[in-house]
Design a binder for this molecule. Structure first.
Ligand code: GLY
Length: 260
């Protein structure tokens, strides 16, 4: 059974070569290859039975293919977030029209300055949102998000992020109480109630996976994580992420996933 039946993505623009690179430090992405990797991602989601809405590229916003950051989508509500970095802040206005298409007016909320929050820091597990307190998401942003989510009976737990860009670049949730964890999230007390699938440090990047319910999408080239997934009963589907990884982008960053 699919956990989500819709996804929103945005085709990378030529400016993707200038995306923010605070962590990877492995050169600039190749635009043509990035587009091909993106097409493979869309194809896989589609083949899995997910309806994919593809937004046009935005050359003025190099990181705008990472649509997960300017919005958070849940079953009963959506939040237009407030990305921290100046080159990304206005992405919130660019994601708004498609959010308006899928959600009613009274289901759409916003994070306002001095609150900052990026969707990469938001990990939903059932009726709980774990939200990373990171370089991109501040406590004011989390407080605003907590108020919004509380209206819909969700609990919010704030989790410090020190080693990673976002919470979900250090941990992602899989079904049946299983959590992929890397670095600071291995044996972290915040996640003591989960069965932890520990990612070896040399494969940290592959902690960012998407469990669709019909298989787990993982980045290609991480054999240890692939084995861990198989050993725990998951079917991995690999996508080459060589170009997005150069600008600190992961699989989850490339889509907004929800039921509609
Ligand atoms: N390059 C993705 C980000 O830093 O937001």
């Amino acid at each position: 059974m699919l956990f989500f039946n819709n996804a929103i993505v945005r085709t990378p623009a030529k400016s993707v070569v200038n995306g923010i690179d605070d962590y990877a430090n492995s050169g600039k992405p190749d635009y043509t290859k990035a587009v091909q990797e993106h097409e493979s991602y869309v194809k896989l989601l589609t083949e899995m039975g997910i309806k994919v809405t593809i937004l046009d590229p935005l050359v003025d916003y190099p990181d705008s293919c990472f649509v997960e950051d300017p919005a958070v989508v849940a079953d009963k509500f959506a939040v237009i977030t407030n990305p921290t970095r100046s080159s990304r802040t206005k992405e919130r206005e660019k994601i708004r029209p498609i959010i308006n298409k899928f959600y009613q007016k009274d289901q759409i909320f916003e994070i306002h300055r001095p609150g900052y929050l990026e969707g990469g820091d938001v990990m939903r597990v059932g009726n709980t949102f774990f939200v990373g307190l990171s370089a991109r998401t501040n406590q004011v942003g989390i407080n605003q998000f907590t108020k919004i989510a509380g209206k819909f009976d969700y609990e919010v737990i704030s989790v410090p992020v020190n080693e990673f860009l976002h919470l979900k670049t250090g941990t992602t949730y899989l079904e049946n109480n299983k959590l992929l964890v890397a670095g600071e999230y291995i044996n972290n007390p915040y996640f003591k109630n989960f069965e932890q699938l520990q990612v070896p440090s040399e494969e940290n990047y592959a902690v960012n996976c998407i469990d669709t319910g019909n298989g787990v999408i993982m980045p290609a080239g991480f054999p240890k994580v692939k084995t861990i997934l198989i050993q725990h009963g998951f079917s991995p589907y690999e996508i080459n992420m060589s170009e997005f990884s150069k600008i600190d982008g992961g699989l989850t960053c490339l889509s907004l996933r929800f039921n509609a």
